[in-house]
Ligand binder design. Structure first.
Ligand SMILES: [Zn+2]
Length: 247
């Protein structure tokens, strides 16, 4: 379920993804044209002159003792809410299609937290590549219908869409998968907690799923509560217990 995936399951190269990334993320520098000295000075001059412009009509009226007309108020645009975390779709990380050998999942009543454990070469790989590698191991090596988890949380704090929610997961063992949402965090958390970005997302994401499906905190588990496994690691399991205790 959560054992280390063999290196051959990882995609061969990151070049394909790198070429699709925006220039900024590839470390490209923005080259500005070098302007002639006169142009720069003229530009600066206009900035200084701005302070010497005639006072506005409203200010002139106020100085002359006339009542200042208040400018019509523009409605303020609604503040844009930054999403709490970025969700990466299956299409974005290049998922292979779901196979037929799966059971449906009609509803979700519990959540299980996993870790992926150490993956060979993971320090040199991006999270999307690791998710693709996990899918390759689960789907193609083990013969399952798809990646076992419904969601994977990356070291970058992004949430990667896994198995579709109408499909029962393959993460907690046999009947333990029934109505059970599987969330795995990339890394080995035996000795240390996930990086801050991942832990923040895990907290927010768990709360959001609890709200969405009406799941009480008592129904949030660590994988080891279903079977004899180290997953999700001592450190992260301790965190799950504290999360559950907070209610
Ligand atoms: Zn697990």
């Amino acid at each position: 379920m959560c054992e280390s995936i063999p290196p051959e399951c990882l995609p061969a190269s990151e070049e394909r993804r790198a070429s699709a990334e925006p220039a900024a993320s590839q470390g490209l520098r923005l080259h500005l044209p070098r302007l002639p000295r006169r142009t720069v000075l003229t530009g600066l001059g206009s900035v200084f002159l701005a302070g010497c412009m005639p006072a506005s009509a409203a200010t002139r009226e106020a100085r002359a003792g006339a009542p200042a007309r208040s400018a019509p108020r523009r409605p303020r645009p609604a503040p844009r809410r930054r999403p709490a975390y970025e969700v990466v779709s299956r299409e974005q990380w290049g998922a292979e299609a779901l196979k037929d050998n799966h059971d449906p999942m009609a509803r979700i009543t519990r959540i299980t937290v996993h870790h992926t454990a150490e993956i060979a070469g993971m320090q040199e790989r991006g999270d999307a590549d690791l998710v693709l590698g996990i899918q390759n191991f689960h789907r193609n090596t083990r013969g399952w219908a798809d990646i076992g988890y419904h969601w994977v949380i990356g070291r970058d704090g992004k949430v990667y869409e896994g198995r579709k929610l109408h499909v029962q997961g393959a993460h907690a063992g046999a009947s333990n998968n029934i109505e059970n949402l599987g969330i795995s965090v990339i890394g080995d958390f035996s000795a240390a907690l996930p990086p801050p970005a991942a832990l923040r997302t895990l907290t927010l994401f768990l709360r959001a799923q609890q709200k969405r499906y009406g799941i009480p905190s008592t129904e949030v588990f660590g994988h080891r509560e279903f079977k004899a496994t180290a997953c999700p690691g001592d450190a992260l399991f301790g965190w799950v217990e504290r999360f559950r205790a907070r209610g």
